[in-house]
Design a protein around this ligand. Structure first.
Ligand code: TRP
Length: 331
């Protein structure tokens, strides 16, 4: 059985893109592997240091994970900052992480460019903290997208370097968890590539969006003036709507609108109305659970305590062994 670790950036509400691109598959993954899911609240501090929002953002992400089907009895779901062993390992790994390699990291360079007034050491050592997150449970699989491949490579580097430095075979190499065909990339509604909360207002449909908001966003989605030639290929903005339709509707519905498009008889307002209703129906059980769970503080406390306990059990074992290897001894 594989040990899987996945960290969730806690920068806001989850959207349909997160659901189809990750969450939906996590729910399946948890039955076949030993999974650790955590909310990376320390990581979010490197760019979002807002005390007023910190707790509510963490709570939202936790609620939305649970509502999407992550089962706290099967998986270990926890909050990064509740497991102090992670920061301990982070420091111990920092000792052997070099300035040059950290400065060369693409995500660091991008953040440094976009936030020139806040190039803090936390940003620089972001990959070390991420390595600690992964190595702390000795994970061998990490479900990451392309943008995180370099961080995963650095994790292998830090683990291997530790093994060399201390002449041991302690850490194993984590590799990317491959979902293969199952991953669906959900495009945004504004015709600009993928769905994301940092894109324009209305680009993303959030799991917590009420039906009327979903309707409004979908009806405002960008379209063109319609096909003029039978069976012409769809331009990207139209293909995007079909991609979302494909994810949430029945094959019959997709076929129906596809045929209308090919006959040049499609009315985009009809397509959008159907799309909105199908998104609403698809997300309804998740939305209902979000509303239920977010009111149930007692349940959330139970989940968090259980997750912290399970995560610390695994994490403290690793830190104990790492300290031993590094030469720390009890008096
Ligand atoms: N860096 C990841 C992201 O931005 C989040 C993350 C932090 C993570 N620690 C992790 C992902 C450990 C996987 C494993 O998406």
């Amino acid at each position: 059985m594989d040990i899987v670790v996945s960290g969730i950036r806690s920068t806001g509400n989850l959207h349909l893109g997160n659901y189809f691109g990750a969450l939906k598959n996590f729910v399946k993954m948890q039955n076949e592997n030993k999974c650790f899911f955590f909310i990376a609240d320390y990581h979010s501090l490197t760019t979002h240091p807002t005390p007023k929002e910190l707790h509510s953002i963490v709570k939202n992400v936790l609620v939305e994970y649970l509502a999407s089907g992550i089962d706290p009895e099967i998986s270990t779901i926890y909050i990064q900052s509740n497991v102090p062993e992670v920061t301990e390992l982070y420091f111990l790994l920092n000792i052997n992480a070099y300035l040059g390699e950290l400065e060369r990291c693409t995500s660091f360079k991008e953040k440094a460019r976009s936030l020139p007034n806040n190039i803090n050491a936390g940003l620089l050592t972001y990959p070390v903290l991420m390595a600690a997150d992964i190595l702390i449970h000795k994970a061998n699989k990490v479900p990451v997208g392309k943008d995180q491949e370099q961080h995963l490579e650095m994790t292998r580097q830090f683990g291997n370097r530790f093994n060399r430095m201390y002449n041991c075979q302690y850490f194993t190499e984590p590799v990317a968890y491959n979902f293969g065909e199952a991953l669906i990339k959900i495009p945004g509604l504004d015709g600009n590539g993928k769905m994301g909360k940092s894109e324009g207002e209305g680009n993303a449909i959030f799991l917590s969006d009420p039906p009327d908001v979903i309707r409004k966003k979908v009806m405002r989605a960008v379209t063109d003036s319609g096909p003029k030639v039978m069976n012409q290929p769809k331009p990207e903005i139209i293909e995007n709507l079909f991609t979302i339709l494909n994810a949430v509707s029945t094959p019959d519905t997709v076929e129906h609108f596809d045929a209308l498009y090919n006959n040049c008889q499609i009315r985009y307002s009809d397509l959008k109305k159907q799309l909105a209703e199908d998104i609403i129906a698809y997300t309804e059980p998740i939305r209902n659970r979000i509303n239920e769970i977010s009111k149930d503080d007692e349940y959330l406390r139970k989940v968090v305590n259980m997750g912290t306990e399970k995560a610390r059990e695994s994490a403290s074992k690793t830190v104990r062994e790492v300290r031993q290897i590094m030469g720390f001894r009890d008096f």
